[in-house]
Design a protein around this ligand. Structure first.
Ligand code: PEP
Ligand code: MN
Length: 264
């Protein structure tokens, strides 16, 4: 298989417009769950930039459990992301939820995110495989490693080798946490595949107070990067406030992660 270590023994470094993922450095993607307004996004971008991340994240198309919940600003949100990139120099990673949005999102983003709910949307995987854009492939809500690796295979098989895995927790019997973050995925994916893997402890736990410790653990376990939800005012967030870090806690996380990375 194209994504397997047997086929390609050396680790793949994914280059997103100059930012390298999988080269031994730690890449941080941070920002709000959803782009909510121009003001909110630009403020979040400044916070993220100041603490030293490489990517700004933020959903313009939001796959929400309830149809009555905030669904995202769509194209307007993409425009704010592009404006934030121009102001800060941060790369932009944002989710594509369906094939019709691929072209539009590709015009504004540096990296396309496939969300957990779409990990086995094979038609979407194939279409994204035909676009040349780097892809962040989140683990499905209850996906095995084998299913996740095969999802990546769909993309690479269409001619796009720039795939990065993102462990974001899986559904288990535990209910205190939103998901159970599976840090074992780092070692397994690195053994079975040459592609990089990052960790999202925000969706992986659903609790802001667990995000720092799980980030440290992910870095110690060899993750190539982190995806962290940060909001200027988490209590007012339109989505995922309980797992979002405020500016102070995000800066504190980044300081500790940097200190840890010195020892690696
Ligand atoms: C997200 O990162 O915005 C998101 C919706 O995450 P997931 O697909 O992992 O639930
Ligand atoms: Mn979210």
């Amino acid at each position: 298989k194209l994504v397997s270590r047997e086929f390609h023994p050396e680790p793949t470094v994914v280059d997103v417009d100059g930012v390298k993922i999988g080269d031994g450095s730690l890449v941080v993607m941070a920002g709000p769950c959803a782009v909510e307004s121009r003001e909110q996004l630009l403020e979040a971008a400044q916070i993220v930039r100041a603490a030293g991340a490489q990517f700004l994240r933020g959903g313009a198309y939001k796959p929400r459990t309830s149809p009555y919940a905030f669904q995202g600003l769509e194209q307007e949100g993409l425009e704010y992301l592009a404006e934030a990139r121009a102001l800060t120099g941060l790369k932009v990673v944002t989710e594509v939820t369906n094939i019709h949005a691929i072209e539009t999102v590709s015009r504004y983003a540096d990296m396309l995110q496939i969300g957990a709910r779409n990990m086995q949307n094979f038609h979407l995987l194939k279409e994204i495989g035909r676009s040349g854009k780097p892809v962040l492939l989140k683990r499905g809500l209850a996906a095995t490693y084998d299913e996740w690796l095969h999802a990546a295979e769909y993309i690479v098989n269409e001619g796009n080798p720039n795939v990065v895995f993102c462990e974001r927790g899986i559904r288990t019997f535990e209910t205190y946490t939103r998901n159970t973050l599976d840090l074992g995925a780092i070692g397994v994916i690195k053994r079975l595949s040459h592609l990089p893997i990052i960790v999202d402890p925000s969706h992986g736990t659903g609790k802001w107070h667990m995000v720092k410790s799980m980030s440290m653990a992910a870095v110690a376990a060899g993750a190539d990067g982190l995806m962290i939800e940060v909001h200027p005012d988490p209590e007012r967030a339109l989505s995922d406030g309980p797992q979002s870090l405020n500016p102070f806690n995000y800066a504190s996380l980044m300081a500790d992660v940097r200190e840890l990375a010195v020892f690696l």
